[in-house]
Design a binder for this molecule. Structure first.
Ligand code: AMP
Ligand code: ZN
Length: 119
């Protein structure tokens, strides 16, 4: 069923506590934890606890949870003190765009110069 945990999904395992993560924020619907391979001084992933393969399918099925993810991404930026200097929220979607974990997640990147357009 849509949104149900997937046995082979790394981020579902993090939600379940079966794989450790450095959690920085948690709500009833979301979890935010540090990326294991950070690309910037602040690199936090914000995920819905429910399993959807990407951001668009999350937004289509549970728009309020998609909003929760965005709100939490903003709160991460406040907590990490990158709100004023600027930060980027990224949803890689599809293998061709670099998505490697097919459980929706927002990358929150900040704390260094961020070129535009990104590579
Ligand atoms: P993406 O390539 O957009 O699908 O992003 C997946 C991200 O998950 C990458 O930036 C990885 O470094 C990160 N990642 C992979 N495994 C873990 C883990 N166990 N804990 C935290 N982050 C992870
Ligand atoms: Zn999942």
């Amino acid at each position: 069923m849509a949104g149900e945990p997937q046995a082979d999904c790394l981020f579902c395992k993090i939600v379940a506590g079966e794989v450790p993560a450095t959690v920085v924020r948690e709500t009833g619907t979301t979890l935010a934890f540090r990326d294991i391979n950070p690309q910037a001084p602040t690199h936090v992933l914000v995920i819905p606890k429910a399993h959807y393969p990407d951001a668009a399918s999350l937004a289509a099925a549970e728009p309020s949870v998609a909003a929760d993810v965005l709100r939490e991404a903003g709160q991460v930026a406040v907590d990490e003190k990158v709100e004023e200097s600027g930060y980027r929220i990224i949803f890689n979607t599809g293998a061709g765009a670099g998505q490697t974990v097919f459980h929706a997640h927002a990358h929150v990147l900040g704390g260094r110069g961020l070129n535009w357009p990104p590579g």
